[in-house]
Design a protein around this ligand. Structure first.
Ligand SMILES: O=C1O[C@H](COP(=O)(O)O)[C@@H](O)[C@H](O)[C@H]1O
Length: 276
């Protein structure tokens, strides 16, 4: 582990619960960024050692900026970028050069700054309908599961990504799984689509919950006080108050869940009162 990351881990509040995952609560964004880069680098190293590749699914939004330290020393030199295969847990159905594109965000903020193999970057087909884009993306993933670039779940034949990185909106959405939306009930498809996203743009594709919950590792990265209520509802024992909060439905069956929280985002957690 990088020395700075060791220091930060020692200072952060780390809590664990068997269902709701490990919570890494950081005093500052800078500390969170360092810990996140170190976590991703370590999973990459382990996965490359075990399987020869690292299949990682990204999200859009604030996440990419928070991954920025991967483009800096020591990670830009120590990570085995040639072994990375990149996917998106969700994507907006817009052109790849559109400001709303999650691919463009990742390309500008990360992929263009490190030596990723261009053919390992699996973005969506942006020239077809949302439904077709979801079908095409699932087909691509099926091919790569067949050749074991992406591992397979022993439980349900779903793809088992080495790491799925998620952000979370103030409404508790993750990827493009929004509260009370029918896509939450999609159990047959790996990738599905929506044309009525409550957050613009309306047309999106998204991994389904079975795929997210089949991953070896899932990290949810959340910053900002505006998301503190959703963090509380997603993690704490709130009874049946919010059965449809997508972030609460992220429960990897066999994999490991880690929440990366900056202090303001964690302020409404029940445990926050004990961590002062
Ligand atoms: O629309 C989206 O929003 C979520 C959350 O974004 P954030 O900026 O609040 O972190 C993001 O994770 C998702 O990929 C994106 O399509």
């Amino acid at each position: 582990m990088h020395v700075e990351a060791q220091r930060i881990r020692a200072m952060a509040f780390f809590g664990a619960h068997k269902d709701t995952g490990e919570k890494r609560i950081h005093e500052s964004l800078d500390e969170l960024r360092t810990d996140l880069a170190d976590y991703i680098a370590q999973l990459s190293e382990m996965s490359v050692k075990e399987r020869g590749v690292f299949a990682i699914a990204l999200s859009g939004g604030s996440l990419i900026g928070l991954m920025g330290k991967l483009c800096e020393a020591p990670y830009n030199k120590t990570v085995d970028w040639a072994k990375w295969y990149i996917f998106w847990a969700d994507e907006r159905v817009v052109g790849k050069s559109h400001a709303d594109s999650n691919y463009k965000l990742a390309k500008d903020g990360l992929l263009s700054k490190v030596p990723i193999v261009p053919s390992h970057v699996h973005s969506i087909n942006d020239s077809v309908s949302a439904e077709q884009a979801a079908n095409d993306y699932e087909f691509v993933i099926r091919q790569l599961v067949r050749t074991r670039v992406i591992n397979v779940s022993e439980i349900n034949d779903c793809p088992k990504f080495d790491l799925i990185l998620l952000g979370m909106g103030p409404d508790g959405h993750v990827a493009s799984l929004f509260p009370n939306h029918p896509v939450l009930d999609e159990n047959n498809e790996w990738v599905t689509f929506l044309t009525d996203s409550p957050k613009p743009p309306p047309e999106r594709i998204t991994f389904t919950l079975p795929v997210i919950n089949s991953a070896s590792n899932v990290a949810v990265v959340v910053t900002g006080g505006s998301k503190s209520e959703a963090v509380h509802l997603a993690i704490d024992d709130v009874g049946p108050a919010c059965p449809s909060l997508p972030a609460r439905m992220v429960r990897p069956t066999k994999g490991k869940l880690v929440w990366f929280l900056e202090k303001a985002a964690s302020s409404k957690l029940d445990s926050a009162q004990f961590s002062e």
